[in-house]
Write a protein that binds this ligand. Structure first.
Ligand code: MEV
Length: 439
């Protein structure tokens, strides 16, 4: 492949054509394929095109619903965008299981977000700390036009402090600020405040007579929010008497289930290989809701994984206790979500998701999202410690395998019937179809 220049200047049709031409034998089909995923409504398509750059087409993902999720005695049907079979089914099954046992509970532990201005400076830090209240007044004054709106909604800048970071690198300091961004995820708000702080810091230190000539130069390295928000955190949990858990497939009673479940979580707390898979299962649910609401799933993932490693070892995000005959299972998860701003009102389906959820606040959405993550993890562990994961998983995957072998409608129906009593595998499906097709 050759280096491409001026690609962004091409029209969309030209971009499609240019990429299709990378496949000389199939140029026309490929161009047609890209176009076949364009939205029928040109205005809607333009909207999607403008979410990103160099857009050729849309990449479809299934949008499903996990109904009957009872959270704090309120019933939700939660939209989920996910391509992996059995994720929505697992969330729905867990929701059903807990519906009869009091439902899920969730609460916000805190909603603070963080931003940092990183800078080099060769001054006296003790002096800066002493005069910082004056500088802080100036920092707040110069961000007034940015914060006015947020303040009227009850949020804004919560704190700003200078930090000595010279243990990392000579002359390295930080302004670390905390924010409340109400119902918005807040990235633009925080970054605008930080860039204003950076300008004020440079000017104020550069012109303040308290600093000597050699202390006047501030070199701003960068100003950016932190996606690690350990103090913007939600807890979701379920609890019941152990006996209420009931009996499970494979002849497993409530006591044995609780015991195996606790060990499974304990393994994920200590074994990094298991912890990664365990948390991946949680994010199956979290990401699906975050995507359906038009939120930034990369930020949520990055934050969650950092939190999972907060004591130096990567651990399970969920925990379980079995005390006094009670089973309690919970998830503490920091995440920055918004229900206003960003794509939430722009993407028609993100907007619809929020409508289906009953127009939640950002805090309520954090609770719903964490509950789906917990439900997902409960569903995965329940299968793992009872029947194993493949039974349900391969049943769901069967249709994908049949599609791979281009099974007809009647072959599909026969195969679904057949695999009700047989173990699904890629080769088993292949063999079965071959045997039918050769007769
Ligand atoms: C599959 O996407 C997720 C699981 O592997 C999670 C887990 O093992 O806990 C089933």
């Amino acid at each position: 492949m050759e280096q491409v220049s001026g690609f962004s200047k091409l029209t969309k049709a030209q971009k499609v054509q240019r990429v299709a031409e990378w496949f000389p034998d199939q140029t026309a089909e490929i161009a047609k394929e890209f176009q076949s995923f364009w939205h029928a409504n040109a205005e809607t398509q333009k909207l999607f095109d403008e979410f990103s750059e160099n857009t050729l087409t849309n990449y479809y993902m299934p949008y499903g619903i996990a109904p009957n999720i009872l959270i704090n005695n309120k019933l939700y049907a939660v939209p989920m965008v996910i391509e992996e079979s059995s994720v929505v089914a697992a969330a729905s099954k867990s929701a059903k299981f807990w519906f009869n046992r009091g439902g899920f509970k969730a609460k916000i532990l805190n909603t603070k977000k963080i931003g940092q201005v990183h800078f080099h400076w060769s001054g006296n830090f003790e002096k800066l700390k002493k005069v910082f209240p004056e500088l802080k007044t100036e920092l707040l004054k110069n961000t007034a036009s940015i914060t006015q709106n947020m303040q009227s909604r009850g949020g804004g800048i919560l704190s700003i402090e200078p930090l000595d970071m010279t243990h990392i690198e000579p002359n390295y300091y930080q302004l670390k600020a905390e924010f409340d961004t109400c119902d918005s995820m807040g990235a633009n708000f925080i970054n605008s405040c930080l860039e204003s702080f950076a300008r004020t810091l440079e000017n104020w230190v550069g012109t303040n007579p308290i600093f000597q000539d050699q202390e006047k130069d501030v070199l701003i390295i960068m100003s950016i929010l932190s996606n690690y928000t350990p103090e913007c955190i939600v807890r979701a949990w379920v609890e019941c008497d152990i006996e209420e858990l009931g009996n499970f497939d494979g002849g497993i009673d409530a006591q044995l289930f609780a015991k195996k479940f606790k060990t499974a979580v304990n393994i994920a707390r200590h074994d990094v290989h298991r912890a990664t898979t365990h948390n991946k299962g949680i994010f199956n649910g979290i990401d699906a809701v975050v995507l359906a609401t038009g939120n930034d799933f990369r930020a949520v993932e990055a934050c969650g994984h950092t939190y999972a490693a907060r004591d130096g070892q990567y651990r399970s995000l969920t925990d379980v206790s079995i005390e006094d005959g009670k089973f309690k299972f919970w998830l503490d998860l920091p995440m920055a979500l918004g229900t206003v701003g960003g794509l939430t009102a722009l993407h028609p389906l993100a907007k619809r998701t929020l409508e289906i959820l009953g127009h939640p606040s950002a805090s309520e959405l954090m609770q719903i999202t964490a509950v789906v993550g917990l439900a997902q993890n409960f569903g995965a562990l329940k299968s793992l410690v009872t029947t194993g994961i493949q039974k349900g998983h391969m049943k769901m995957h069967l249709l994908n395998i049949l599609r791979h072998f281009e099974a007809t409608k009647s072959e599909t129906e026969r195969a679904v019937e057949y695999f009700k009593t047989h173990v699904v595998s890629f080769s088993a499906v292949n063999e079965l179809l071959k045997s039918w097709r050769n007769t």
